[in-house]
Design a protein around this ligand. Structure first.
Ligand code: ADP
Ligand code: ASP
Ligand code: MG
Length: 400
């Protein structure tokens, strides 16, 4: 089998951990597999680098941030390759560029355009293993780029897709995908399998166990994904097409996104084209707008509410200033988005009601609601976020 294995920050967080990971890779190699490894920076390293840059500027150029941040993954890839070679397994470390990962020029959140798979294939043909520095690539004009936080997952999936690998294993610090973040609800249960679409919702709604774009790409390229722990040999969670899933529970999981801010524009004129103008501007400026709520207008005016990631709030304010809409702008950063996700919702009514009842019973006010076929999201006050997760987990009986 050709297997792509990705190891996240905690999995390679120390000398001991890198040695443990090397043993795991060696075992799979000895079983006769061809292996490409993708690594993250050692845990905490990327944050340290961000912090370091902030000592010099509050608005560092994204180009230089990419050069800086990409170094973390290079360190781990080289160390792991050195360890494996020392154990007698010929291994070549590669940067994103050396591994042929070509991206667009959106520094700090670049998209992969294509992968030239020849460099990796050449090494595999010789019987060597390859350890690729995750989270990074190179633009057409030779600039170092990074793929957004958590982006090593995307590197792994993209490489697995381009090599047509049999399996992409994502090794992390939890045994798999749980019904909710086990750090918030210790009663959370590990799922045997989950569909791409549910995983996509969970990831984009705050479950950082897999980066959203990596799930999107896995679905598109039909990459078979499994999430497992690098700390034990427990079976992980498979992420599959919906038609290949045996059990389809009503609700598969609860997600919490603590990185959202709520924005309200008051007294927006209630006439055609206004919403288009506001959201076109935000899109042009790269703001990821999520929930949007517009009230029924009164006397030619209406209120418009939406959520944006907290770190895009400054850009949002600037964008609204640019189109003269900032006078009426209010925002609240002390909110979280809690979401209930499950493909079973498609065919059942009443799932949303249970969520609303549950929060009402806890005395939690819901500030915004949005739904899709397979999710219900609610914006609530930050201080009730984790309580809401546990209450919903209970209400849908996810612990049994
Ligand atoms: P890595 O460094 O390996 O990429 P991450 O920290 O990015 O790991 O993701 C793993 C973490 O995701 C877990 O430690 C867990 O706290 C969190 N997490 C959030 N939601 C879930 C979930 N539904 N199932 C499992 N883990 C989750
Ligand atoms: N090191 C990067 C981050 O912390 C990428 C990753 O870990 O996937 O975001
Ligand atoms: Mg991660």
């Amino acid at each position: 089998m050709l297997i792509v294995q990705k190891y996240g920050g905690t999995s390679v967080g120390s000398v001991e951990r890198i040695k443990e990971v090397a043993k795991r890779i060696a075992k799979s190699k000895k079983e006769g597999n061809d292996i490409v490894v993708v690594v993250s920076a050692m845990s905490g390293e990327t944050n340290k680098l961000v912090e370091l840059a902030s000592k010099f500027s509050q608005t560092p150029k994204r180009r230089e941030m990419d050069l800086l941040l990409s170094s973390g993954e290079r360190v781990t890839s080289a160390l792991l390759a050195i360890a494996l070679t020392d154990m007698g397994f010929e291994t070549v470390a590669m940067t994103g560029r050396q591994a042929g990962i070509v991206t667009n020029g959106m520094h700090t959140k670049a998209r992969i355009e294509y992968i030239d798979k020849k460099p990796i294939e050449k090494e595999l043909k010789k019987g060597n293993m390859v350890v690729v520095a995750g989270f990074q690539g190179i633009t057409e004009v030779g600039e170092v780029s990074t793929l957004g936080r958590g982006g090593s997952d995307l590197s792994a999936v993209a490489i697995a897709g381009s090599l047509n690998a049999d399996l992409c294993e994502i090794y992390t610090d939890v045994d798999g995908i749980y019904t909710t973040d086990p750090r918030i609800e210790p009663k959370a249960k590990k799922l045997k399998e989950i569909s791409y679409d549910e995983m996509l919702e969970l990831a984009s709604l705050g479950a950082k166990v897999l980066q959203t774009r990596s799930v999107e790409l896995a679905k598109k390229l039909n990459v078979k994904l499994v999430t497992r722990s690098s700390f034990n040999d427990n079976e992980g969670t498979y992420i599959l097409r919906e038609e290949d899933i045996m059990e389809k529970p009503l609700v598969s999981g609860i997600a919490i996104d603590k990185n959202q801010a709520r924005v309200t524009l008051r007294g927006v004129s209630d006439k055609p084209g206004i919403a288009a103008e506001i959201f076109r501007k935000l899109a042009e400026d790269g703001v990821n707008v999520d929930m949007i709520i517009q009230n029924v207008g009164l006397e030619g005016e209406t209120n418009l509410g939406f959520t944006v990631p907290k770190d895009e709030l400054d850009t949002t304010k600037q964008s609204m200033e640019d189109i003269n809409a900032s006078q009426s702008l209010e925002f609240d950063q002390e909110v979280v988005k809690v979401s209930v996700v499950g493909v079973g919702m498609k065919s059942h009514s009443g799932v949303a009601c249970t969520a609303f009842d549950t929060l009402a019973d806890e005395g939690i006010n819901i500030e915004m609601i949005s739904t899709s076929e397979i999710k219900v999201s609610m914006v609530i006050s930050e201080k009730y976020g984790e309580l809401a997760v546990r209450a919903l987990h209970d209400a849908y009986k996810l612990d049994n």
